[in-house]
Design a protein around this ligand. Structure first.
Ligand SMILES: [Zn+2]
Length: 414
């Protein structure tokens, strides 16, 4: 599923009909990778859906939420959810599996979100192999194990989202989060954090948990501890549902998260973390006074509960808005970032013009995607150079920059 203004390619123009597809592989449960599954099913797809166990667990909640905003009739929704559940199979990473017609596949962990993987296919009839990277993560992401090293392949279909960028160091991220929260909360206002429900929300909860429970962080940020600690609200039904699934799948966490869990500190739960489920409680929270930290979707302020918070709170200079994710051109999130420092800067929220008096911060280093170095390191960790690389999932400049860098290192890029 495309995001933003990119046109969707109609299924009728695909070289294969949905009814003819035997297997559908999903690398992870982000909506741009699974969003057209209901459409595929409505067009007659009856094959098997193959993914990791965590992706299978995340699939239906993510699609159910997305379908609420689609043109699919309500009476069809249950049937589609059931079909997806019936057709999908969760696999473990690391083990090879044989499919029909001499094709085998193996998934490995991609470190992008929980359950994300890359998949390598091999045709035993002719020895030909293809590797799909899906979305690749970076090292040291909270909760997630690092991406695994790939085996070589004749063709690698490689993501290139940040093929032209380098991320800030992730290791100082908690410190910067602590500094921003301390400053923002010192005047008793609210801190609004627009966050994607899948991935970013859980990472933020994890890092706030560390801020509140790690002895070094406790000493560094005294204003965030004990009685002075502000309540943290997750005001997102989907974000809460996904967080529950993350919490149940501890087997797929990284060592740090598992060690914390076994030492008695649940890494994505802490005293003072509150779930806001009902719309009534959401409205109460909108009207409540600070200090408070509020996580709500959508991540780019294009809809969802964050809009109500911003509409009521953005004109109050005591409040702060903290961006932890990329804000695409044309979204209210981007407009807030761009107009915040201008005198009389404003944004339209729910159709009303609002002056941006709240302070606006952007924390970088929160991308779930590998940057240029990570992509190069990943491809160079193959035991042999692949026959060819095809770049996908990146804007034009990201793709062409990465293509140049790869070619300079002797890779064939199509
Ligand atoms: Zn993704």
């Amino acid at each position: 599923m495309t995001q933003g203004n990119d046109p969707e390619s109609p299924m009728e123009s695909w070289p294969i009909k949905p009814t003819e597809i035997d297997y559908l592989f999903l690398t992870h449960a982000h909506i741009d990778h699974i969003g057209r599954l209901p459409e595929l099913i409505r067009n007659g797809f009856k094959g098997e859906i193959i993914c990791s166990h965590p992706t299978k667990a995340l699939l239906v909640p993510m699609l159910t939420d997305a379908m609420k905003f689609s043109d699919i009739p309500v009476e069809d929704l249950r049937g589609i959810e059931k079909t997806i559940d019936d057709l999908s199979w969760g696999f473990e990473c690391g083990d090879p599996f044989d499919l029909q017609k001499g094709i085998s596949f193996k998934m490995k962990r991609a470190g992008h979100i929980l359950g994300s993987c890359f998949v390598r296919f091999e045709d035993k009839n002719n020895g030909c192999s293809v590797l799909f990277s899906g979305d690749l993560g970076a090292k040291d992401a909270p909760i997630l194990p690092d991406p695994e090293a790939p085996e070589t392949a004749d063709l690698v279909v490689l993501e290139s989202t940040y093929g032209d960028r380098l991320h800030d160091d992730r290791t100082h991220r908690i410190k910067r989060l602590g500094q921003v929260l301390t400053r923002s909360l010192s005047d008793g206002g609210k801190v609004f954090i627009p966050a994607f429900s899948l991935g970013r929300t859980q990472e933020l909860i994890y890092e706030m948990d560390r801020l509140f429970s790690n002895p070094v962080c406790q000493e560094m940020f005294p204003a965030l501890q004990g009685q002075k600690r502000p309540p943290v609200f997750v005001d997102s039904p989907l974000g809460l549902e996904i967080t529950k699934i993350y919490a149940q799948l501890s087997k797929y966490w990284d060592k740090e998260a598992r060690d914390l869990f076994f030492s008695g500190d649940h890494p994505i739960d802490f005293d003072g973390l509150y779930a806001v489920e009902s719309h009534r409680d959401h409205l109460k929270l909108c009207d409540a006074k600070g200090p408070a930290i509020i996580l709500a979707g959508s991540g780019m302020c294009t809809g969802g509960r964050i809009i109500d918070h911003l509409a009521r709170g953005i004109e109050d200079p005591k409040n702060d808005i903290l961006f932890v994710g990329y804000q695409a051109v044309g979204t209210p999130g981007r407009a807030i970032q761009e107009h915040a420092d201008k005198p009389g800067g404003y944004v339209y929220l729910n159709g009303d013009r609002k002056t941006i008096n709240a302070k606006v911060h952007t924390l970088t280093g929160y991308s779930a995607h590998a940057d240029q170095n990570d992509l190069l390191n990943w491809i160079e960790s193959m035991p042999e150079k692949p026959g060819a690389i095809k770049l996908v999932h990146g804007e034009g400049s990201a793709r062409s920059t990465l293509k140049d860098v790869l070619e300079k290192r002797g890779y064939t890029v199509q």
